[in-house]
Design a protein around this ligand. Structure first.
Ligand SMILES: Cc1cc2nc3c(=O)[nH]c(=O)nc-3n(C[C@H](O)[C@H](O)[C@H](O)COP(=O)(O)OP(=O)(O)OC[C@H]3O[C@@H](n4cnc5c(N)ncnc54)[C@H](O)[C@@H]3O)c2cc1C
Length: 485
């Protein structure tokens, strides 16, 4: 009995869900690369653990280089060559970029982080950078060969990442056409990147998120000197295919993106792009977990027949497979909506606010599905599931991080329900799915539950928000799949 012949291949799975893909030959080559070489490199990088930070060259000059084996750089580069950034920014084809991200994450969810933060750097630069800044830097992020530059997104500081308005203490001082940033960034993934976007507060700006601005920070100044210091690399349980560091800014040269007063919107736009990446990555990891579990269960014999044929196990696997398809429908809806609205600038359209809700639902729900699926895949392997000898335990280590970066589950719930409260976007969302063939009764029940929640007093509303939000996510995912079918 075969659960789904498409499970072993991310490209075939995408074709099964979407029909014709954006760049099918390139995607097939990318998948073949992983099967032939990339998978082994990725496993070696994970086993090697935290890479080395080489802070000085032999003459004592500060260089802050992250030292990986050369094969790592080949692994990271492949997605840029396939178009994870240039297809989105140069060709305006976000779907193509997210399809590449899906294939990456099936093999290595942490590896999609460098590509994600590069995309989240290139998009605000393309949208909000001055003509001079774009001419100087954008082309470097869009290259299709080994000389491609990478990006990074620096928001979180040591006191906390959820409440950026309270805890971003990095200060920006004007210095002619540019700015000088001083402060510390506590979680900086892809820390070896040549460019970063960073949240900082100009001197004298008001407190809270409204006083934040978004800046572009190059790794090197024009004279070649390092523009900031990397204090150390984080020791992480997973996502070792991306080095995450702590960065010290000390009069670091930076360039304002957008007009003064727009920063909070730019920060949130960048986060929304990467939340969709996170969703896509979470679904791909879920597919991989199910594939690993099912292929093991087909080979493992207990009580006289393969575990895959035991009724209880087969039932669990079928249900997980249904959830995978629901999760894909939800994540892909986020991609589709973002493709429509990503060029918008404030003040945003109603469609943009609808996208925001779907992005929060999708980030929240797919990350949870990924964790649960990875846990189940470990259980399905029995004791072998917790051994570092086999790929499945790594899936859990990677999955658990998907819930936290790009905003924790609490953040997704509270921000998602804020859009509901302020813009009532659950109405067009549910109506739209109904018009496309979703189940009218299920959608009406979801609407009633949200409408009831809206009538609660403020404290109770916040306390009850996850219950309503998680059910809304599950219904939207299931009915979107039904509508897609
Ligand atoms: C591997 C890794 C890589 C990362 N890379 C980057 C990066 O490149 N750039 C970057 O900017 N950040 C990065 N981060 C940071 C990440 O975005 C933050 O960890 C995340 O946003 C949460 O911030 P925090 O860790 O400070 O937790 P806190 O904000 O301190 O939150 C602690 C807990 O309190 C909860 N909480 C907060 N407010 C509420 C509320 N109102 N109601 C209920 N619960 C609440 C949170 O959900 C969380 O559970 C990375 C994190 C990890 C783990």
């Amino acid at each position: 009995m075969s659960l789904d012949a498409l499970l072993p291949s991310p490209v075939r799975f995408l074709e099964g869900r979407l029909g014709r893909l954006r760049a099918p030959e390139s995607l097939a080559r990318y998948e073949a690369y992983f099967e032939e070489r990339g998978k082994a490199i990725s496993e070696a990088v994970d086993r090697a653990g935290t890479p080395k930070l080489l802070m000085f060259d032999r003459f004592g000059t500060r260089i802050d280089e992250v030292v990986f084996p050369p094969a790592y750089h080949e692994l990271v580069r492949r997605a840029y060559e396939a178009g994870v950034v240039f297809r989105a920014v140069e060709e305006g084809d976000l779907a193509a970029s997210y399809q590449i991200g899906y294939v990456t994450s099936f093999y290595d969810a942490g590896l999609y982080c460098p590509h994600t933060v590069s995309l989240s750097t290139a998009i605000p630069l393309a949208k909000y950078g001055s003509a001079e800044l774009r001419a100087k830097y954008l082309g470097k992020l869009l290259k299709r060969d080994a000389t491609v530059w990478q990006g990074a997104t620096w928001m979180t500081e040591a006191k906390g990442g959820s409440d950026l308005g309270a805890f971003v203490e990095t200060v920006a001082r004007p210095d002619g056409e540019r700015w000088l940033l001083t402060g510390e960034k506590y979680f900086t993934s892809n820390v070896g990147a040549e460019l970063a976007i960073a949240a900082a507060r100009p001197e004298g700006a008001p407190p809270g998120v409204r006083g934040l601005e978004l800046f572009l920070v190059p790794r090197r100044r024009d004279d070649g000197a390092l523009n900031f210091r990397v204090r150390r690399l984080k020791e992480k349980i997973g996502t070792r295919s991306v080095p995450t560091g702590e960065v010290e800014l000390d009069g670091s040269e930076a360039y304002l993106l957008g007009a003064r007063g727009q920063g909070v919107y730019l920060v949130l736009e960048a986060l929304n792009v990467s939340r969709v990446c996170n969703s896509i990555g979470a679904v791909a990891l879920t597919q991989r977990a199910l594939h690993e579990a099912w292929s093991f269960a087909e080979g493992r014999v207990a009580f006289g027949r393969p575990v895959a044929e035991q009724p209880l196990f087969a039932r669990q696997a079928r249900e997980r497979h249904e959830t995978l398809l629901d999760a894909f429908a939800l994540a892909w809806e986020a991609v589709t909506l973002l493709s429509e609205v990503w060029r918008e600038t404030p003040r945003y359209s109603d469609r943009y606010h609808l996208f925001r809700l779907v992005a929060h639902l999708s980030k929240y729900w797919t990350a949870e599905v990924a964790v649960q699926s990875a846990k189940w895949a470990m259980e399905a392997h029995g004791g072998a599931g917790i051994l570092s000898d086999y790929p499945v335990e790594r899936l859990f280590r990677e999955a658990i991080i998907l819930g936290i970066w790009e905003g924790t589950p609490h953040r997704q719930v509270l921000d998602g329900m804020e859009v509901v409260e302020k813009k009532r976007v659950h109405v067009p969302l549910l109506d739209g799915i109904g018009a496309r063939g979703g189940n009218a009764i299920a959608l009406a029940m979801a609407r009633a539950e949200v409408d009831d929640w809206l009538t609660l007093p403020a404290e109770k509303k916040e306390a009850e928000s996850e219950r309503v939000f998680s059910r809304l996510a599950a219904t939207v995912a299931r009915e979107l799949r039904r509508a897609t079918l």
